[in-house]
Write a protein that binds this ligand. Structure first.
Ligand SMILES: NC(=O)c1ccc[n+]([C@@H]2O[C@H](COP(=O)([O-])OP(=O)(O)OC[C@H]3O[C@@H](n4cnc5c(N)ncnc54)[C@H](OP(=O)(O)O)[C@@H]3O)[C@@H](O)[C@H]2O)c1
Ligand SMILES: [Zn+2]
Ligand SMILES: [Zn+2]
Length: 352
């Protein structure tokens, strides 16, 4: 075991602070990675503040972070896929049982014995797993991704959660040329959804509560932008969408978007607000609409997404920060003021 610098929250109401955590020495299948960049997902904020207490209560101290890119420093004796000196990435999961039907189908994110990158029972050390707000991490090679060499590294980090969480449902629900696709909420996930839907050839409409994001939405690849508070603009879109991806982090009226689906259209939630969302039965019944959910993506699909990004030159639009600015970043996330993902430069942690 060895010590690593990290940032952790001590309780749901405390700010994140500098700490030291214990990591395992790499076992034969492990890859040890010096973390260079880690994205800040709104899930980190939900988890630190224990907003998902009913489903995934937070165990403190909590070290969040699941959008990790870095450089391999050491590998176990049986590791064949990575060598010291290479770039590597880790997303929301670090393990699964590899035997269940979900694992065999490449859907490790739905494995009943999956281990999330933080706040999940740690099979090796006991306690819970600690995430990427840290200078290094040790992960089984089967959960380590290969980083395309042609992309900006800091902009790659958010692909590991925001990227795969929006790419996977678009592939699953068949977003292609000729489809009309809505994206609700232009934050970290939403801005990646716009880039993917555009790259897949769809007609993309962004729904935002922030009129000042209109120009950005068009630049990111939207064909139209609707300010969701404008009733007449919303009305014009009624009954016209094949697919809508909802990436909103807080309470909002889901029925306003169900009404925009055409026959057999699907509204998929990836946003995970703290409280339940009321759904009107008739907005589903007529005309035969589906209301669905989606969680991150499997390991093979995450690699496929990274390769798709390499081919299409896609990375996240980021604001690079030092780890000391984490609380300001959290506050700005709560105000929907992010352009469009905060990424921590881990040099700031090493220097502290
Ligand atoms: N399913 C999964 O596997 C998965 C994976 C990662 C994250 N998530 C969840 O997805 C959600 C979004 O994450 P993120 O990191 O993209 O968050 P984010 O960067 O904070 O973006 C959320 C966006 O939602 C909109 N919004 C915020 N409050 C709103 C409100 N009260 N009413 C309407 N719109 C509002 C804002 O966009 P506008 O300014 O454009 O309105 C905001 O920028 C979070 O709940 C997160 O936990 C789920
Ligand atoms: Zn995330
Ligand atoms: Zn499994």
């Amino acid at each position: 075991m060895y010590k690593a610098k990290a940032y952790s929250a001590a309780s749901a109401t405390s700010t994140l602070a500098s700490t030291t955590i214990t990591r395992r020495d790499p076992t034969e299948h492990d890859v040890q990675i010096d973390i260079l960049f880690c994205g800040i997902c709104h899930s980190d904020l939900h988890q630190v503040r224990n907003e998902w207490s009913g489903v995934m209560p937070t165990v403190y101290p909590c070290v969040p972070g699941h959008e990790i890119v870095g450089r391999v420093t050491n590998v176990g004796s049986a590791v064949g896929t990575f060598k010291p000196g290479e770039l590597a990435a880790v997303g929301c999961m670090v393990d699964s049982d590899r035997t269940c039907s979900e694992c065999q189908a490449g859907l490790e994110q739905f494995c009943p014995n999956m281990t999330l990158t933080y706040n999940f029972p740690d099979k090796h050390l006991g306690g819970v797993t600690y995430g990427g707000y840290s200078e290094s991490i040790v992960v089984d090679e089967r959960f380590v991704l290969r980083v395309p060499s042609n992309l900006n590294l800091a902009g790659v980090a958010p692909l590991l959660c925001a990227g795969i969480t929006t790419y996977s449902p678009m592939r699953h629900w068949g977003v292609t040329k000729g489809k009309k696709v809505g994206v609700v909420g232009l934050g970290g996930l939403g801005h990646m959804a716009v880039k993917f839907a555009h790259a897949l050839g769809a007609h993309v409409v962004v729904f935002t509560t922030s009129p000042n994001k209109k120009e950005d939405a068009l630049r990111l690849g939207a064909d139209e932008v609707v300010v969701s508070g404008h009733a007449d603009e919303m009305k014009k879109q009624a009954g016209s969408f094949d697919f809508i991806l909802d990436a909103v982090s807080a309470d909002h009226d889901i029925n306003a978007y169900l009404q925009l689906l055409r026959l057999d259209g699907t509204l998929t939630l990836v946003g995970a607000p703290e409280r339940p969302l009321p759904v009107s039965a008739f907005h589903l019944i007529l005309p035969r609409r589906s209301f669905a959910g989606s969680g991150i993506g499997g390991i093979q699909e995450t690699q496929e997404m990274l390769d798709f990004c390499a081919e299409h030159g896609i990375t996240a639009d980021i604001e690079r920060i030092g780890i000391q600015q984490i609380e300001t970043a959290f506050e700005r996330l709560l105000r929907s003021d992010v352009k469009y993902r905060f990424v921590i430069d881990m040099a700031s942690l090493r220097a502290s």
